[in-house]
Structure formats: C-alpha cells, structure tokens
Design a protein around this ligand. Structure first.
Ligand code: SF4
Length: 928
C-alpha cells in the first residue's frame, strides 16, 4: 500500500489565493486543509476551498473529466476519441493553413484567469510571437480590466498598492461594489478578526443590495445600481467644501487638482442624494469618516469593474484616496480584490489584447521592440487584438476563423449569449481546452483537448495583494490530460516544424520547455527593471514562502506596500487626479424595461460551476435557481414565491422562478451568476433560454473594454403554465451526471426546466419543469430515468389535478414525482432531502397537507461543513432570550456555535448566523 503524501499548493478559486495542503494516496486526492504557513490565509479555508478534494474524487475524475483528445473533421459529425499526435498535427495544420489564407488575425485565443502564470506566458508567446497576432484575450476582461485601466491612468501602473495586512491597520474600511463575505470569505474572516480586536474600526458598505457584508456594516449606502461615480464625486465635493483635503500633499504628489475641483463643483450632497437614492446625511457621514479616519482602506471588486463606466468608477475611488491622502500608509489605500485566482498573472504576462509582457504597453513601439528582441523575432504586431466581447463578435463576422478557448466557458459567462452562440457556430474551427467535458462551450468544440486541473499542475499564481505562490501537482492528471503550457508548446512546435513556409521568421522562437520552471525563469527575466520586477523570485525562494512583487534580484522578500514615498508610477512621479463625470449605465430604465437586472455570486459556488457543480453538497445552501425581487415589488405585481415569470429585453427572454428578497432595492432584480444552461434551460415563445447571461448587456467600458454585467434593464411578466412536472429523486453522487444528461435529453424542448443536484443528508437530483400540456409519454419516460419502473411505488392519481408517484426505501422517501396543475408540497420535498424516517401511515404521503403534528418547513443548509440547517438554527434561537445589545448578540452566537458547531470550521456561514440573531432582536424591537 502506498503511503499518503502531502503537497503544498494554492486554492484554485478566488483571488484571495489561500495556501492549501493536499493529501493524496495511490494517485488520488484524499483531503485538503489550509496551509497554516501561507500568509494569505494562515490555515483558513472557506466553504469552497475546504471542499476542493470533493471535486477530485475517483468517480468525478472518471465521469466528469475529459481524458482523451477528441475531434471531428466536419461540423455535422460527432466528436471521436483521438490521440495527442493526431490532434496536435490537426490543430497545427488548420491554424497554419488559415494563417496562410486569411492572415494571423484570423486566429483568436480566449484564455482564462484560471490558468497559471506559466500557461499564460506560453499562450501569449504562441499568439504574439509565433502566429503574429494580438488576438489573445482573457476572461479576466470580465473581471479586472477596469481595475487595471483605473490604476494605470490614476497611479501610472497596474499595481494594487495594498496588502492584506492593511486590514489590521485600517481605521475605516469602505467596501464598495463587493461582497467579500461571499466572494472573498477568508479575507472577510480577517476583517472580522481585525474589527473584533479594534471595535472602533468603522465598516461602510456601498452596495444596492443589503448583502451579508452590508449587514455587518456601521453604515450601508444602498445606492441605485450604477450610480457609484455620482456618489464618489459627491464625496469629493464634500471633502473639498469642508476643507478635508490635503492641499500641500496634493500639490507635491498629484496633478489635475484644478480640473477635478471644477468637475465636482456641482456635485452637492443634495444632487448626489437624488442621483444615488440615499440620504445626503449618510453621504456626508461617509465623507467625514473617510477623510478624517487615521487610515482609510477601500475594498472593491465587480460592482465597480463590470460597468460601462468601470474605469471611471475605479479612478473616482482613487481620486478620493488621493484627495484625502489616504494612500501609501499602513491601513490606507485603494485595494482591488481580484476575482479569479490568477487574473493578476494574466496582467503580469500581458496576456490580454491591449497589454504586453511584464506591464509593457502594446501601443508603445519601444515596448514591442524589447519583447521582440527578447524572443528573437523581428517584431510584435502593433495592431491591438479584439477584447473578449469583440473577439466573439469578430468571430461571428468571420474575421476570426479559428477560436482556441482555454480553461473558460464563454457559452456561459459572456453577455448577450445568443450572439456568443452564433459566433461559436460561425467559427470554422473551435478548439476547447478543458478539464471538464460537459461545459456549455464544450458542446461547440470541433477539437476537445483534455487539460490537467487543480492538484495536477505545476506553476505559480499571483493573488490580490501581488503575492506569488507556487501551485504544485499532488497527483498525475487522469487519462491523457496534459498541462495547459505543454499543449500550447506542442502545438507551437508542430506549427514550427511542419509549416515553416508560413512562419519563416519564427523558427528560432523558443517554444520547447522541459518544465514550468524554465518558463518561469524566462518570464522573470522580462520583468527585469520593470515595476513588477521579480528577478529575485526563483522557484527555490517561492518554495520557502510565497512573496509579493516587486522583488528584484538580490532581495529575498517582496514589497508589502507600494507608494510609501508618495512617488507614483507616472514619469513625473505624480499621481493623476482624473475627472470622472457621472455617466449612467447604457441600458435605460423606461416604461418598456422598468427593472434593473444585476448578477452576483452565491457563497458556495464558483463561476459556471464546472467544478463546484460536481459536488451535490455545494447546492445545499441555495438549492434552487431563482430570480430575486423586492417583496413589495412582488406584491404590487401579485407575484408569490415560486411563480414563474418571463424577463425580456431586446437581447432575448428567459423564464425564471421568482422569490422575494428584502435585501434588494425596489426596482431591482438579481440573479446568481452561476446558473448556466447546464442547469436551467427552456424553449418558450420562440426563444431559447441560455442561462443567466442571456439578457445581460454587452455594453463596454471605453477604456477597459469590460462589459456591463451588473446592469441590464428588462421587463417582467408573470407567465403561467397549465402543468408542471417535478421529480425529486435520491441518487448516489456518481449517478447524478447521467441522470442530469437523461433529463436534459428528454425535456430539451419544454418551456422551462431546472435540474439541480442536491446534497447534504441525502443526495440526488431535483427537477422542476413547466409544461404547456400534460405530457404522459414524457412522464412515463422520466419514471424510467428515476428507476421507478423497476421498483415498487405508491401511485396517486387525481384526474382533475395531478399524478403523484412515491417510492420508499428503508422507511425513507427515495423518489417523489408529480405532474399536473399542482406542485409538490414543501414538507414532502424536505422529508426526502433530509432522509427522514417515515413515522406516519404511508397513505398520508399522498396528500398535500403535512400530517398532523408534523411541522416541516422549507429549510436550507446554512453550515455546509457541519451540515447545520436553517431550521435547526431557528429552533435553537427560539429557545434563547432575545439579545438586547450587540454584546448579547455575540454571546448568543457563541452559544449557538457551541450547541450546533455551525460556523466553527471554515466560518463562511458566520455572517448568516449573525444575521439570524440580529433578525431576532430586530423583530422584538419592532414589536416593542
Ligand atoms: S477564500 Fe475560499 S475560494 Fe478564495 S482562495 Fe481562499 S479558500 Fe479558495
């Protein structure tokens, strides 16, 4: 028996960049825990990171992963299994011939912030160096490009100035356009700890939603969606008016003060309050706190970035820091939270259409010449490539003919999905390099290249605080999957050797590497003398401890904080104060489209769920894909929980079930960003439902080219269907993918279908479909998928209303299936999911009303680590005395944690526990 091994690596989800220790045995990952020595997390992991090993079990490796290259020569053929030699030769030939016929810009590379820095570097070299095109962009375009553009125009360099340790030094933390309690949980734990140590620290949250982060704040400004610039300009106006700016400091270290002062002259508190929909007093209070605190730190993410004014939002926030000299000191500065694990690596290697290696500028001829000389080629083309949204538009117009998509799922994540699908259909060749075989994008592939994934790869990533960590392989990839850099290298070499006539000046370009360290060392050398100089960061040093950049040769530790001498990265050393006039979002609220649709994250899921979606337990906190709306808006439209509605705009329409969320502003709708057509689909009214991004605006920021994923306007109508069909069926996790596929196949043409795994006490699938007519044949076929035809079951048929089938196993509900005009009662669904022993006569299971004396309510799992449900928490809290003070609330929290253990492991559910306790107190205050 082989011994168990432990390998230090990094979490593959968010930009916090937590260190992990992976346990493996006999070639399988068996566990994961936080690395106590990693400075990003000191041993902590959140609910996603702590379940990483569950996404790599032998069954998932066998069933969900892509093991072999697959290809088809013609679009009307099915993909067949191939081998690496044939696939590499085929791709090399198609690319070379297309370049010969249509030029280098006919090839597009759409890569990912999930790639490691070495992968990024090699794809960049392949595209710009060998093929000779700048048509390379990353899904980081959807994530951080506005932060990049903001830093560059304001401070002179794409360099986040702060460190996580600044949370310990801040006196005021402003979270704007971010919900770190969900999106960056381990960092949020650090903020909680800092506030516990320093109770006088202020927390302000600016967000149209009352998120878990906002619930914890001393001040929450629930501004109108998209009005961030108006707010930030209003804050500047107050600071100037009140004399809270630092005139001498501004004179010495910035330029542009006069113009900025003029531009915010009319941004009075009253006008700002009207534009933002919050009180002038709250705006004034925030301005005072921010300017007068000893150290103000701001944390921001997609709420600022994903906007047609994303760059302006970033610079407006940096203006506020500069005007109040809240930068370059411990605890002070603008700090963008990176969405993806290695979005920063993509920026460092210049793997985006308008960037170049090591923070060089593609539009700068000297920068291009430096890289060309370094690579030993005549030139880097000057023409910028297409950015993400435009790359697909260029493909739709046949300017790009071959799309190579690496480690990302654009058929889920890009806005205006109908256009994206049209582009994928138009492309002459779609190459998809992926670890998981059933993503929405994989369905469009002509060539599928199996990629190694987390726990199987070597390289480096850079987190939000510029800290570079090693990523290490604990096991070999399954089947014939290979590291992303290796695939790029092999195809590049095949192009060089087989088609030299098409690339005559590129034969000396190095594309052969034995390992990632060689690639890393080449990338390091390109950073020499640059703002991100990492010539001091060898793999050997990084093995000892992750380090922040810059760290030039001769140094052994990186730099925690930038601009401490107030010398900024512009040539004259001064930061720029940028005028940012407020521009509303591009979609307009009007009588036709009166609602603003916004999207965001769930706590336990990641992006398109190709990884988190393989573990049923990850759905226990939010088991249903639902559109959220303010309860008063629902009441005004006679909508109730679970009703189906159709939202529409000029881009399409989509059916969703709806639920109330008082945390939203009136007039807003909100959807989790994760629900793609792999989980929710439908065909209704002549439109095909394509998931959450179907209706989302493709409007771009003019500088960052980041799309406006957070603000799209839609209409909403209730849409009733005469019939529904539900199937809640227990199944072992390994059976779930096949069941999902079978349901998709059967119900492909129904108006609305959701098919979601469930996990926790029991696992299985929960299917809900809306039907236009009774579908007895479909119902019968589904009984087969559910295994009901092979097992005895109860049957209840009411000719007027519904048919219900129930299968019991070991005195527990195993399967419940129903079709008709009624939906299944909550108590029955809950009993099944909670694997309750049936203690009532089975005939009672056929009625809608819960059996007497049995109160079973809809309840989700709040603590994923320890399986504690909302119902258990409520039951405990109802037995406690209502806390009268914040201190008493804390005591109740401790009691709750002792009693049920919830929130004692990863802590991701702690904000929700606090909310439940606070709600109890507020209920009592309200009654009083
Ligand atoms: S906060 Fe969670 S998702 Fe983000 S890196 Fe850490 S463990 Fe991974």
């Amino acid at each position: 028996m082989s011994a168990s091994t432990e390998t230090k690596s990094t979490c593959c989800y968010c930009g916090v960049g937590c260190g992990v220790i992976i346990t493996a045995e006999q070639g399988q990952i068996t566990g994961v825990r936080g690395d106590p020595d990693h400075p990003a997390n000191f041993g902590r992991l959140c609910s996603k990171g702590s379940q990483l090993h569950m996404t790599s079990t032998p069954l998932i490796q066998a069933q969900r992963r892509l093991h072999q290259p697959m290809l088809r020569q013609r679009r009307d053929q099915a993909l067949t299994i191939s081998d690496w030699d044939s696939s590499i030769a085929y791709v090399a030939e198609r690319i070379s011939n297309t370049v010969a016929e249509h030029g280098p810009d006919s090839i597009g590379f759409y890569v990912s912030g999930q790639l490691l820095t070495e992968d990024y570097y090699l794809f960049n070299k392949l595209a710009r160096g060998l093929i000779g095109t700048n048509q390379i962009d990353s899904n980081s375009r959807l994530c951080m490009s506005s932060a990049v553009a903001g830093y560059k125009q304001s401070l002179g360099s794409d360099a986040p100035p702060c460190s996580y340790e600044d949370l310990d030094h801040a006196d005021l933390v402003l979270i704007i356009g971010a919900n770190p309690a969900y999106a960056h949980p381990v960092l949020y734990r650090r903020l909680e700890a800092a506030r516990a140590r320093k109770p006088e620290m202020k927390l302000v949250v600016v967000d149209p939603r009352r998120t878990d982060s906002a619930q914890d704040a001393d001040l929450h400004l629930a501004i109108k969606p998209g009005s961030d610039v108006a707010l930030l300009n209003g804050l500047l106006h107050i600071c100037l008016w009140e004399g809270w700016t630092q005139a001498a400091w501004l004179d010495a270290h910035t330029s542009g003060l006069e113009a900025l002062r003029d531009s915010v002259r009319d941004c009075t508190p009253e006008q700002t309050a009207t534009l933002c929909g919050v009180s002038a007093d709250d705006i004034y209070l925030l301005a005072r706190w921010f300017a007068q605190s000893a150290a103000s730190l701001s944390l921001y993410c997609q709420g600022l970035n994903q906007s047609s004014a994303g760059t302006a939002k970033n610079s407006a926030l940096i203006n506020l820091h500069l005007m109040t000299a809240q930068i370059g000191r411990p605890g002070a500065g603008p700090f963008s939270l990176t969405g993806q694990p290695n979005a920063m690596g993509g920026r460092e290697t210049g793997s985006m259409a308008n960037l170049l290696c090591a923070h060089r500028d593609l539009s700068n001829a000297d920068d291009r010449a430096e890289v060309a000389n370094f690579w030993g080629i005549p030139e880097i083309p000057a023409q910028a490539g297409s950015t993400a949204v435009d790359m697909f538009e260029a493909t739709r117009k046949s300017k790009i003919r071959i799309l190579w998509i690496v480690c990302t799922n654009p058929a889920h994540s890009l806005p205006a999905q109908a256009q994206v699908r049209a582009a994928l259909e138009t492309a002459e060749l779609v190459i998809v390099q992926e670890a998981f075989r059933d993503t929405a994008t994989a369905a469009y592939a002509d060539v599928l290249l199996p990629a190694a994934s987390w726990g199987e790869k070597e390289g480096t990533v850079t987190n939000s605080e510029r800290r570079i960590s090693r990523v290490r392989a604990a096991i070999a990839p399954p089947g014939n999957a290979r590291a992303d850099w290796w695939i790029a290298s092999q195809i590049g070499l095949a192009i060089q050797t087989r088609f030299p006539q098409h690339f005559p000046h590129k034969q000396t370009l190095r594309l052969a590497y034995d390992n990632t360290e060689q690639i890393w060392n080449e990338h390091r050398e390109l950073t020499r003398g640059r703002d991100l100089d990492i010539t001091g960061l060898s793999y050997r040093l990084l093995e000892q401890s992750p380090q922040q950049w810059p760290c030039p040769e001769g140094q052994h530790t990186g730099q925690a904080r930038l601009y401490t001498d107030f010398r900024f990265a512009h040539a004259d050393g001064k930061a720029r104060l940028i005028c940012t006039p407020y521009q509303p979002a591009q979609d307009k609220v009007n009588a036709r489209t009166p609602f603003v649709l916004s999207t965001g994250r769930l706590r336990d899921h990641w992006h398109g769920m190709s990884r988190t979606g393989v573990t049923p337990a990850a759905f226990a906190h939010q088991p249903e894909p639902m559109l959220e709306m303010h309860p008063q808006d629902m009441e005004a439209r006679f909508l109730k929980h679970g009703d189906t509605v159709c939202i529409r705009n000029t881009r399409g329409q989509q059916i969703w079930r709806i639920r109330a969320n008082p945390a939203l502003r009136s007039g807003m709708l909100w959807l989790p960003m994760h629900w793609g057509e792999e989980f929710v689909w439908g065909n209704a009214n002549g439109y095909t439902g394509l998931g959450v991004n179907n209706l989302v605006s493709p409007a771009l920021d003019p500088k960052s080219f980041q799309p406006e994923l957070k603000f799209s306007t839609v209409s909403l109508q209730k849409q009733s269907f005469p019939y529904s069909l539900q199937l809640i069926c227990r199944a072992d996790p390994h059976q779930i993918p096949a069941m999902q596929r079978a349901c998709r196949q059967l119900l492909r043409d129904q108006p609305y279908v959701e098919c979601i795994p469930f996990g926790g006490t029991a696992s299985g699938i929960a299917l809900y479909a809306c039907l236009q007519q009774a579908e007895p044949v479909l119902f019968a076929a589904l009984t087969e998928v559910a295994g009901l035809q092979q097992h005895a079951h109860l049957r209840y048929q009411d000719a007027q209303r519904s048919t219900r089938l129930i299968r019991l196993e070991n005195r527990q509900l195993h399967t419940v299936m129903q079709t008709g005009s009624q939906t299944l009662p909550d108590w029955l669904v809950q009993w099944l999911k909670e694997a309750k022993e049936i203690t009532v006569p089975v005939s009672l299971l056929l009625q809608d009303k819960a059996p007497a004396g049995i109160a079973v309510q809809r309840s989700v799992q709040v603590c994923q680590c320890l399986g504690v449900s909302a119902a258990q928490i409520t039951q405990y809290l109802e037995q406690q005395e209502t806390p009268a003070t914040p201190e008493a609330e804390q005591a109740v929290l401790l009691g709750l944690q002792q009693h049920l253990q919830c929130g004692t492991r990863c802590g991701s559910c702690v904000p929700e526990l606090k909310q439940s306790i606070r709600a109890l107190r507020q209920k009592v205050l309200h009654v009083a």
